[in-house]
Design a protein around this ligand. Structure first.
Ligand SMILES: Cc1cc2nc3c(=O)[nH]c(=O)nc-3n(C[C@H](O)[C@H](O)[C@H](O)COP(=O)(O)OP(=O)(O)OC[C@H]3O[C@@H](n4cnc5c(N)ncnc54)[C@H](O)[C@@H]3O)c2cc1C
Length: 446
């Protein structure tokens, strides 16, 4: 069980947030607007200039949906979505619908999700009972169940957001409040006093230090390089492929819903700014990496954990051949006229999820170290909560974890080996792929 927030840090005089992604930036926004923190200095540090080119929160698009098999997320997403519709980055949100489909065991997720969106009173839902039905509702050319799925539904009140645009919007909102100091610098190690088990800030790579009463780790998939998250969180790399598209094609496809086929995890979001995106919400690539134990005083002690490896580490990085082939097969199945062999993906990238054992976020004080709070575990579905997640994080900081997430967002009682993780039931497709093996297989083929 996590430590209760010590009385002395309930309203800390200084807060240091590591990571300026959806979790970190929205926390800074919430703290800045909260009168209880009016005397607290707030600093946000990110290893990359904003918007972080390889951060998970920065991309052309993210799906905004209350379509969840877990009702607690349906309800929270519905609150967030109301904000997207009204007063939060409105110009970056499009409500064109989302088709959630499947042909395998993932149909269970689809039917539970359908029940949950109906339970919150969504009436703009259309049930689809065949690949043909799905093709009609989504404006697909293909009729093949592998691509389309054979059952599913469209929720016409789901949508998507220009993730980078929305993050830029939020950053401006935070800057207008003039409460937060932003720094571009990579944190190397937490400042841990092992006698008192207290964290008092971070050390940078140039050995300089930044101290604070409360350090909030919101470094996304990189969080595991700063604390030991074995058996709690792991980074999984997801495939994204982009294809330039004409204005006419964009106008036609832009009115269609996103299609997400959970059986292989492949999905297509309507094109934006001349680019069509086809991607996979799956088990992802693992990148086992051996690093010095982030919490140890002994520099020779190491741990091995999956960490991100991105186009910022290797500018020539592309999605492995198996991932590009799957994205292309999916496009060829749903829109054969667009996926002609002469029309390649011109860009691909690997974007990193911070997966937890069951898809629940990790938002809690560290159970061992005073002065340390962790806000991560986005598990491939955190972005839609951008308007509200900061407020939820601050509630958890104040010992007021929302009722529905008690025992869910808290630091787990035990570490569970990754091969025993159940997941949230939304992931299909290949499992246990190791990034460097898939890269090696691709060499010469891309
Ligand atoms: C391909 C993909 C598709 C997704 N699709 C959806 C979707 O459709 N809908 C949805 O709701 N969610 C989606 N998600 C999930 C969502 O994007 C994430 O849950 C969310 O963006 C995570 O935010 P974060 O703040 O935890 O991480 P990030 O946005 O990655 O932020 C972490 C930040 O920490 C910084 N950092 C790391 N290490 C250090 C360090 N040592 N020092 C300083 N700074 C550091 C990084 O530079 C980064 O900016 C998707 C994610 C991916 C990868």
């Amino acid at each position: 069980m996590a430590l209760a927030p010590p009385a002395s840090v309930e309203i800390p005089s200084s807060v240091l947030i590591i990571g300026s992604g959806a979790f970190g930036l929205s926390t800074a926004w919430s703290l800045s607007r909260n009168p209880q923190f009016k005397d607290t200095s707030i600093t946000v540090v990110d290893r990359q200039p904003f918007p972080s080119p390889d951060g998970s929160s920065i991309d052309a698009s993210r799906i905004i949906r209350p379509d969840y098999a877990a009702a607690r997320y349906t309800r929270l997403a519905a609150i967030a979505q109301n904000r997207w519709r009204t007063d939060f980055a409105r110009e970056h949100y499009q409500e064109v619908g989302l088709a959630v489909t499947a042909w395998g065991p993932e149909q269970k997720y689809v039917s539970e999700s359908l029940a949950n969106v109906r339970a919150i009173g969504t009436d703009k839902v259309e049930v689809l009972n065949s690949a043909e039905d799905i093709a009609r509702a989504c404006g697909l050319e293909g009729k093949d169940p592998w691509g389309n799925g054979c059952t599913g539904y469209v929720n016409w009140s789901s949508g998507w957001a220009d993730a980078e645009g929305a993050m830029m919007w939020l950053r401006e909102e935070v800057e207008k409040l003039d409460r937060v100091k932003f720094m571009t610098k990579a944190a190397k190690k937490l400042l841990i006093d092992h006698k008192t088990n207290t964290v008092s800030g971070i050390r940078f790579h140039d050995s300089s230090e930044l101290r604070a009463d409360l350090t909030i780790l919101a470094a996304g998939a990189w969080t595991a390089s700063l604390i030991d998250l074995r058996g709690i969180c792991k980074a999984t790399g997801q495939a994204l492929c982009y294809m330039p598209i004409s204005k006419e094609e964009e106008a036609a496809l832009g009115k269609q819903p996103t299609i997400l086929n959970l059986s292989h995890g492949l999905f297509m979001i309507p094109p934006h700014k001349g680019l069509l995106k086809v991607a996979r919400h799956g088990h992802g690539y693992l990148n086992p990496t051996t690093i010095p134990h982030p919490e140890s005083e002994d520099p020779h002690e190491t741990i091995t954990i999956s960490l991100p490896y991105t186009h910022m580490d290797d500018p020539s990085q592309a999605v492995p051949e198996e991932g590009q082939r799957q994205c292309r097969d999916f496009l060829a199945s749903i829109h054969p006229s667009i996926a002609q062999p002469s029309r390649p993906f011109t860009k691909s990238k690997i974007c990193w999820y911070t997966d937890t054992r069951d898809g629940d976020f990790l938002i809690d004080y560290h159970p061992k170290y005073k002065g340390l709070f962790v806000a991560t575990g986005g598990s491939g579905h955190g972005f839609k909560f951008l308007p509200v997640i900061g407020d939820s994080i601050v509630e958890c900081m104040q010992g007021r974890t929302p009722e529905a997430f008690k025992g869910r967002w808290e630091w787990p009682v035990e570490r569970i080996p990754e091969e025993k993780w159940a997941g949230d039931g939304s992931r299909g497709g290949p499992m246990c792929m190791i990034l460097k093996d898939e890269m090696a297989k691709s060499r010469g083929k891309l």
